[in-house]
Structure formats: C-alpha cells, structure tokens
Design a protein around this ligand. Sequence first.
Ligand SMILES: Cc1ncc(C[n+]2csc(CCOP(=O)(O)OP(=O)(O)O)c2C)c(N)n1
Ligand SMILES: [Mg+2]
Length: 362
Amino acid sequence: MAAPKKSPVKETGQETPKETAKENRQEKASEKAPEQGNGSPNVPEFTREQELSALRDMLLIRRFEEKAGQLYGMGAIGGFCHLYIGQEAIVVGMQMALKKGDQVITGYRDHGHMLATGMEAKGVMAELTGRHAGYSRGKGGSMHMFSKAENFFGGHGIVAAQVSLGTGLAFANHYRGNDFVSLTYFGDGAANQGQVYESFNMAELWKLPVIYIIENNRYAMGTSVTRSSAQTDFSKRGVSFNIPGEQVDGMDVRAVKAAGDMAVAWCRAGKGPFILEMQTYRYRGHSMSDPAKYRTREEVDKVRHDSDPIEQVRNRLLAANMSEQDLKAIDAEVREIVNAAADFAQHAPEPDAAELWTDVYR
Ligand SMILES: Cc1ncc(C[n+]2csc(CCOP(=O)(O)OP(=O)(O)O)c2C)c(N)n1
Ligand SMILES: [Mg+2]
C-alpha cells in the first residue's frame, strides 16, 4: 500500500557523525534551526477561529510554564520539572486533529500535553506544588499525572516507557473494535531505546492505531542528535517495519494539524501505525537544574526570533487586521487563568499524612 502524500515538511540532510569539535557541533545545530517566517510554505490556512483557538491554547501553555518556572525558583515546587516552552505548537496542533476518546500518552515533559487535552490548569499546578487538589493528590508531581476524563495516560519518568504503553492503548482499541487512536509522544533521545522498535514491530504487524510522535527538539539532556543518533531523520525510523513517516515543521501549528489530520485518518482507516517527526526546539534547559552549557545563547535566540510558534500566529492575525489590543486581551485572559492556578496551588491544603498509604501496591 502506498504511503499517503507528504504533508508540508522541511527536509533535513543527513549529518556527518564524525564531528568532534564542540564549536562545530554548535554551529551545525544552529544551521538546522527551523527557518524564519510565518510558517511553512504550502500549508492549509487556518480559519480565524482556528488561529484564535491555537493562539489561546499555545499561550496558556507558555504562560503556565513560565509561572511553573517562577514557582520552582521560589521553592514552591519540588522534584523534577521539565518545561515545554518552544514546543507548544505540537500538542496544540495534534489536539486539533483528535476526537473525544482518542488517547494521549507522553514522557516527563508533560504539562503542555495535559493542558492541551483539556485538563485544568489549577489541578496541574496544584500537583506541581504537591497539594491534595492536584491530579495525583499531590503525590505524583510534574512527571506523574493522569486524567481518565480527558484520556491522558501520563506523564512517565522512564525514557521511552510510554512507547510500549501507548502501543498497548492502541492494542486495546483494536481489540475492542473502536476507532480511537493512541497518540504516543516521545523525544529524539527516547527514539534510540530498544523497546521503541519492539513496539514498532508489533504495531505494524497487528495494524494498531497508534501515531508515534517524535518530538525532535535536537537535544536529549545535553547531547545533540548529531552526537547520539546514527539516523537523524526520525521519520525513517519505521522503515524496516514498513511504518510510513513524515518530517513536520513542529513550529508551525498549521503544519502540525495538517500532518495530524492525515495520520489520524490513516489510523482510523485501519492501516496501522504512523510516525510523525516534529522538528522543534526547547528554549529552556532540559530541566530546572540544567545550565545548558552545550549550546550557545545565540542558537536559542535565533530559533526564538525566527520561528516562535506563538509569534507566527500573532503575526498572521495582525496581518489579517486583528488589533494589537485584541491580542493583548487574549494574553491578559490567559494570564488571569494561570495566576489563579498559581494562587490556588500555593494555598490549597497538602494531602493528609494518611494518604501515604493510599494508591500504592503492597
Ligand atoms: C531509561 C532512562 N534512561 C535515562 C533516563 C535519564 N533521562 C531523563 S530525560 C533523558 C533525555 C531524553 O531526551 P529526549 O528523549 O530527547 O526528550 P526531551 O527531554 O528532549 O524532551 C534522559 C537520558 C531516564 N529517565 N530513563
Ligand atoms: Mg530531545
């Protein structure tokens, strides 16, 4: 069966794996930065409603993450905390391609995924601060939240563990004969784990409805993809299993949505799994304790300046005669939601000590 037509993508060349000088590696990484502008050429336009909805949802994630970073700095959040700033277009664009009942599962960089599925900012923030009103009653923290109501299956701290679990979700859908799709997100680093390929094999063999979304933000902790990966075109990682894949401009929410529509249709039609490599970038360090010495300030600034996913939508709306004032009003409304969530998360009660004995296997 022929793979579906390619959606608007930006091809990247194969990297030379022999680079050793640090400067050379940094230069190479910045050469690969997503390009400037108002997004990818030839992507289907959004309606005004879609632009506004995408803008609001991406802003909610951006402002939430900024606030989480602040609270972490103040000592209000303990444990690990990995921010999604810069990558917002991926979860927002993919969510626009889903229907109620489709499932989402990801790793530890999960706040954006949760907000995109419709989980409440208050409940997510309260989990970060370890409060009883958090999604895991304050006992899970940043990396371990779930919501049955929104079909969000975590939040997983073990790199790539979610790939086999997400494949299992797809198996369950297949077994039950429904047409729901499992969106299984993981990083460029996780893509080198063995269980990913065991999952790929089973998913294609049994034609499971799973979209493997590889969030290629070009680093796994402090290691760039050019230093860790023999094949840096992640859309090809399913070739030996006959799983089709595409590279997508993950900084353009319209390109993400178009690729998502195509892959979801592929899965719902019973054609098996699909791989989407989202080319993206994280602006902050790997986690809150990362001084990010492995890349230059200029590299980060260039991506922020040239291809920020939120700025792209703002620019298009301004070009379509939306006023700066109206855009500011959306931001103010989002900030209010986030401030209320932060306030709630700092004042809500902690779990009772007796909760130490609940939700644990003995
Ligand atoms: C099995 C396992 N090995 C190592 C780690 C430590 N670790 C945490 S995140 C990470 C890097 C993963 O990078 P990537 O998959 O690119 O995701 P990103 O953080 O860039 O979103 C590593 C090695 C872990 N949590 N689990
Ligand atoms: Mg990565």
